[in-house]
Write a protein that binds this ligand. Structure first.
Ligand code: ADP
Length: 364
């Protein structure tokens, strides 16, 4: 915090200081600049005195600075402002200016002393960062728009392929030999799989576009919704699901997306299990002191090799063929996108005794 200084500081000391210093009097006009200031602007004391120094002020910063100065001056309060000023080299430099009101021992206001530092390098770095962030946001938005449009428009012709192939199969059923029937099956199966991939791609692109606002929500409710959607699979595979956390535990989230996260992780835990093994899935949650929750979904499935632990979260990346385990390779990409939208992280590690543990951190 900057506070008022009692009495004028020693000008001789400030004259030699490596920072830029100015002084103004009761009329608000500048009546002194130190050597560093004059060297920085490349101007003489006579040129800078009064309002002369404002000739070097960037036009875009002029009104804002004048307003801040006059406002602080009127109330005899300290101020801090950043502005561009013309340097001796002919280019603008950014400086931060700390204005300190000077009050004498009797409490009388005498004027101001300002201490300034060059922050051009910081501003340039910030500008570069903002540019990069903007470009990144733009390319993300473009990609989402592309994925949405492509997946939306691709479904229409695909529906025609599947529909007419099915009609052909029906009208020619008696004339087709076994090989031709198998070809037709490939066409229909291919169309079905492509439709599944497009639907998942659509869901992936909707995570950002169509997400609801993040609000406090109980994890138990989202979990119930996911388990309801998976009830048929759970029953068929006789999967055992243990829940080791308080169902009222709250996070800041989009309930539909958190339900989808549970559904994808539990669905995978059931699917990627050896044929002769009953799936056992344990869900747990740990409160992390920094104000987040770490969820874990542990299974007794076929496991994920550590060197593929990152790949499985990439779009369309699968470790198995469609004949071994059905799927599109989009489920975990959706999980990661959901978790990142919530400001969290997701990763997988091997479980003790085989299987996998998916870890998810979510802010509370
Ligand atoms: P999909 O299940 O549709 O293939 P995912 O993105 O959900 O797509 O998963 C990507 C890949 O990660 C899967 O193909 C599978 O090889 C592997 N995988 C996902 N979850 C598990 C799990 N619980 N145990 C073993 N392998 C898994």
């Amino acid at each position: 915090m900057i506070v008022a200084s009692s009495g004028w500081p020693d000008l001789e000391l400030l004259e030699a200081a490596p920072i830029l210093v100015w002084r103004s009097g009761l009329d608000g006009l500048c009546n002194w600049f130190n050597a560093s200031w004059l060297a920085y602007t490349g101007r003489t004391m006579a040129q800078e005195l009064g309002n002369g120094w404002t000739e070097g002020l960037h036009a875009e910063d002029f009104d804002r600075c004048l307003e801040a100065y006059l406002d602080a001056f009127g109330r005899h309060e300290p101020f801090q402002m950043e502005y561009r000023i013309m340097r001796a080299c002919g280019q603008y430099g950014w400086i931060v200016d700390y204005g300190i009101p000077i009050i004498d021992r009797d409490g009388n206001f005498l004027g101001y002393v300002g201490y300034c530092f060059d922050i051009t390098a910081r501003h340039e770095a910030e500008e570069k960062r903002d540019h990069l962030c903007h470009d990144l946001e733009q390319s993300n938005a473009d990609l989402e728009q592309f994925a949405y449009a492509a997946s939306h428009d691709l479904r229409e012709p695909l529906r025609k392929v599947a529909g007419f192939a099915a009609l052909l199969g029906k009208s020619c059923a008696s004339k087709l030999n076994d090989e031709e029937r198998e070809f037709l099956h490939f066409v229909l199966d291919g169309a079905k799989r492509m439709d599944e991939m497009i639907c998942d791609l659509l869901a992936f692109s909707r995570v950002e576009r169509c997400g609801a606002p993040l609000e406090p929500m109980a994890l138990g409710e989202a979990l119930d919704y996911a388990l309801f959607n998976l009830s048929q699979t759970i029953e068929e595979k006789k999967a055992a699901i243990e829940i080791g956390f308080d169902r009222t535990l709250a996070v800041k989230g989009d309930p539909h997306q958190i339900a989808r996260l549970f559904q994808n992780l539990i669905g995978n835990a059931i699917k990627y299990c050896a044929k002769d093994v009953t799936p056992r899935i344990h869900l747990d949650a740990l409160l992390v002191p920094e104000g987040s929750v770490t969820l874990t979904v542990t299974d007794n499935g076929i496991g994920i090799p550590p060197d593929s632990a990152e790949h499985v979260f990439q779009l369309f990346r699968r470790l198995h063929t469609h004949d071994e385990y059905e799927g599109t390779g989009v489920g975990l990409s959706i999980c990661r996108r959901i978790v990142e939208r919530h400001g969290g992280t997701i990763w997988v590690t091997p479980a003790e005794g085989g299987g996998s543990v998916f870890h998810v951190t979510l802010p509370r």
